[in-house]
Design a protein around this ligand. Structure first.
Ligand SMILES: C[S@@+](CC[C@H](N)C(=O)[O-])C[C@H]1O[C@@H](n2cnc3c(N)ncnc32)[C@H](O)[C@@H]1O
Length: 280
């Protein structure tokens, strides 16, 4: 995608300006979100208009003007061009997601991970997704595993509402059960000892929720997909850091780490990882 953007901008920006463009941007449904360096800010409308002209599916362009922040993991966006709406429909692995790119978290860069986890599920599993967002992991898993039941918790009311809508859009109301609230409070009240598997896709904070995750497993045994951010010199070292981080987070809980993988690079020498942990 970067190459495409650079190619289309070749006639409008000089080489140094093109080089300054960040290496990637996201397309979510009909919305493009691009990071524009300060030095190119006078060209931001030109860049946004070019994107709309050249990429047929793009109807709206926002520039990302903050990091992903806060409990709801949101980024501030500045509208640049096209239809001024944060709402779009995104398709992934045959699932359809209604997304609000300003008021909810959504990343198309997790699509491989969603598919990977959905391929690990056995028949009749009961799954707790502690940080379900608009229903992304839950819906991809349920679509590919029709005998599974997934409780999809999120504390952001807008994400919860969209999760309910997405569950209906994808005709999965018998499989995905959206729940509004803080996972730490919901699990002891409603989901204690019921799950074969727990997803923890909140890498910034998952370590604070490990005890809650384990308490929702049947007899405190089962699989936990634990996400974290780790610092490392390179991708290979990130696996070692991930093993150390996971072992520390599970502390004296009896467990084996079945698999560790780097999901993506999230900054210089900073990686998002996932560990598939069996609690025994
Ligand atoms: C990184 S996002 C992941 C969302 C979703 N799993 C996805 O990949 O699209 C983390 C989500 O956790 C939610 N969240 C944060 N703290 C929470 C908590 N204590 N309990 C439940 N949800 C929480 C946020 O609102 C956000 O939607």
């Amino acid at each position: 995608m970067t190459r495409m953007l650079k190619e289309v901008l070749q006639e409008k920006l000089d080489v140094t300006e093109i080089d300054k463009l960040y290496s990637s941007f996201d397309i979510i449904g009909s919305i493009a979100i691009i990071k524009i360096p300060e030095t190119l800010s006078s060209k931001k409308t030109l860049i946004a208009d070019t994107l709309i002209e050249e990429i047929k599916s793009v109807k709206t362009v926002f520039s990302q003007v903050s990091a992903i922040e806060g409990d709801y993991r949101l980024r501030r966006l500045e509208f640049l061009s096209g239809e001024n709406t944060p709402i779009t429909i995104h398709k992934e692995h045959g699932s359809t997601f209604k997304v609000d790119v300003i008021n909810t978290y959504f990343s198309p860069r997790l699509s491989t991970e969603r598919l990977r986890i959905s391929n690990l599920i056995s028949p009749n599993e009961v799954i707790v997704n502690m940080f379900g967002g608009v229903g992304t992991f839950s819906i991809v898993i349920a679509r590919n595993n029709r005998s599974s039941k997934i409780y999809s918790i999120d504390s952001n009311p807008i994400a919860y509402d969209l999760c309910k809508e997405n569950t209906e859009i994808n005709k999965l109301s018998n499989n995905v059960f959206p729940i509004l609230g803080d996972a730490k409070e919901i699990i002891p009240k409603k989901l204690r000892g019921i799950a074969t598997r727990v997803l923890m896709p909140l890498p910034e904070k998952a370590k604070e929720f490990v005890d809650s995750a384990v308490s929702s497993l049947v007899n405190s045994k089962g699989i936990v997909h634990y996400f974290a951010h780790v610092g490392a010199e390179n991708k290979k070292n990130a696996i070692q850091s991930a093993l150390l981080d996971t072992t520390a987070s599970f502390g004296d809980i009896n467990h084996t780490i079945r698999n560790v993988r780097v999901v993506r690079e999230v900054g210089p020498r900073f990686y998002q990882i996932v560990s598939d942990v069996e609690v025994i």
